[in-house]
Design a protein around this ligand. Structure first.
Ligand SMILES: [Zn+2]
Length: 257
């Protein structure tokens, strides 16, 4: 289990004490593993479980004791563990180490930053991004060069995918451009200009496909009607899982934002 991500659940070592860690954060022993969760009190009448950005969130009525809550967690253990595994696998790092050996999320995996000198243009070799930069390049230059490469790759990827969907749809966008919108993954104007957030390049291809298919479907249906969703489904039959996955993310909370 990676020890890099601090909020990671089930950390083996160093073992946090079981009980209250700080404020609402608590730790419970579940079998061999330690599970961190946040506890919120509310007026609701039952105990609720939610996997959110920071992991497991438990909401319980004021009158339910912690041992009762932890009993409920144990009863729901199987569901919680499988949901958390899903959550962990789609989680992106909160920041990137802009230096030699740093990891960059790319198409759902990680690539490694390497300073390759200035003799040839930046290129990807295997899982190493060989940047056209000297070994002592500053953090800003590394970030700028890596993001420029990501944007160039994003435009190529998005354009290729849009081409496939345009053929299926029988109509093509007038233009595809990149955006770095803070609150939007994509948009489509009435004159057929499709804008796609370049940071989507961090995600697995399924998610990128979903956003591209969504925006292209707007070329036919400029709304979110039943007909629109039927069009998305025609373009991408299994779009729903990618759509759900994308909901866990926000453009403003990506590591390059
Ligand atoms: Zn839409």
């Amino acid at each position: 289990m990676s020890g890099q991500q601090l909020d990671l659940l089930f950390e083996d070592a160093p073992a946090p004490a079981v009980g209250e860690v700080s404020g609402r954060r608590r730790v419970i022993q579940l079998g061999q593993e330690l599970l961190t969760y946040s506890l919120h009190r509310s007026k609701r009448r039952s105990i609720g479980f939610l996997i959110e950005e920071a992991g497991l969130r438990v909401t319980a009525p004021q009158w339910v004791t912690v041992p009762q809550i932890e009993q409920a967690i144990r009863e729901k253990q199987r569901w919680i563990v499988s949901k958390l595994a899903e959550w962990r696998s789609r989680r992106l790092p909160t920041r990137i180490d802009w230096r030699e050996g740093g990891k960059l999320p790319y198409l759902g995996g990680d690539i490694i930053l390497r300073m390759d000198g200035g003799l040839r243009p930046t290129c990807l070799e295997g899982n190493e991004l060989k940047l056209a930069l000297p070994g002592d390049a500053s953090v800003d230059r590394i970030r700028d060069a890596a993001c420029a490469w990501l944007q160039q790759r994003a435009l190529e990827e998005f354009t290729d995918r849009a081409q496939v969907f345009a053929n299926r749809l029988g109509t093509a966008p007038a233009r595809i451009t990149l955006s770095s919108a803070r609150a939007q993954w994509g948009s489509c104007t009435t004159d057929g200009v499709v804008r796609l957030n370049w940071r989507l390049i961090h995600f697995a291809p399924g998610i990128i496909n979903y956003v591209v298919a969504h925006e292209l479907a707007h070329l036919r249906e400029m709304n979110h009607s039943r007909a629109f969703w039927d069009t998305v489904q025609m373009l991408l039959p299994d779009y729903e899982s990618s759509r759900r996955e994308l909901r866990q993310h926000h453009p403003d909370r990506l590591p390059t934002a």
